[in-house]
Design a protein around this ligand. Structure first.
Ligand code: AP5
Length: 225
């Protein structure tokens, strides 16, 4: 199906559990863009036996709910974004920016790649209580990465409805680490980044508390406006 042209670089902001990954996956299907989640890149690095041990050491911060070093994020994310842009593909950046400092580094990178005019930022707003509830009940397919929302129907399922893969719980989705993530990476962290993009005139905000399809519809409206 043909869709309206949208910006090439879509940045999803939002606290842990706000639905960045869920929405990113829906946008990828609709627009045939590439989903770049820095969390997924870091988890892939963790499970790669050939990865640089120095890089791997930096992942200890992620496992305990803290941010990892900027240098590792830039190394992983910029290479992946550049590859996609060189292939003339758009990207959905999911959780890739966690501080104003990072936002500025991405800005410089986009400027160098001559794509500054092609950036749109969507901040998915959610309160901590709802995010906590979602994260404590999240299941993820170990094969295709499908994210399972909590519902009575899904409460006892052990295999993925899409591919039959085994459902798992993320290492950082335990009570203590979720609380720390929401404290360190919650609205306190997001607000200054959103303000930075607002000042650049590229920020849009959507209500992440509504059901998944409604949020998706709002995001599409924002992208195609
Ligand atoms: P990352 O993997 O990005 O985790 P996160 O930011 O904590 O976000 P989550 O993936 O937990 O949540 P989400 O917003 O994607 O929500 P989801 O769609 O799954 O990062 C992990 C770690 O890596 C960080 O803690 C940090 O250590 C490190 N890191 C990553 N990037 C970094 C960077 N740039 N700098 C430094 N460190 C970095 O939804 C959650 C649940 O809710 C799911 O079950 C879903 O089905 C459900 N759901 C979603 N939307 C709805 C809805 N509308 N209604 C009902 N349920 C919903």
């Amino acid at each position: 199906m043909q869709h309206k042209d949208i910006k090439k670089i879509i940045i999803l902001l939002g606290i842990p559990g706000s639905g960045k990954g869920t929405q990113a996956r829906k946008l990828v299907e609709r627009y045939n863009y590439t989903h770049i989640s820095t969390g997924d890149l870091l988890r892939a690095l963790d499970s790669d036996p050939e990865a640089d041990p120095v890089d791997k050491q930096m992942l200890e911060d992620m496992k305990t709910g803290h941010l990892v070093a900027d240098t590792l994020i830039y190394k992983l994310a910029f290479a992946e974004i550049k590859k996609q842009l060189d292939d003339n593909r758009g990207v959905i950046l999911d959780g890739a920016i966690r501080s104003v400092e990072q936002a500025k580094a991405y800005h410089d990178f986009f400027e160098k790649e001559d794509v500054l005019d092609d950036v749109l930022v969507i901040d998915i707003k959610l309160d901590n209580e709802t995010a906590y509830r979602r994260l404590t009940k999240r299941k993820i397919c170990s094969d295709c990465g499908h994210i399972i929302p909590f519902s009575q129907k899904n409460e006892d399922i052990m295999t993925c409805e899409k591919c039959g893969g085994v459902l798992t719980v993320r290492e950082d989705d335990n009570d203590e680490t979720i609380k720390l993530r929401l404290e360190e990476q919650g609205e306190k962290m997001i607000a200054p980044i959103a303000a930075y993009y607002d000042a650049l005139g590229v920020l849009q905000t959507v209500d992440g508390s509504l059901d998944i399809e409604t949020v998706d519809g709002t995001v599409i409206d924002v992208l195609e406006a």
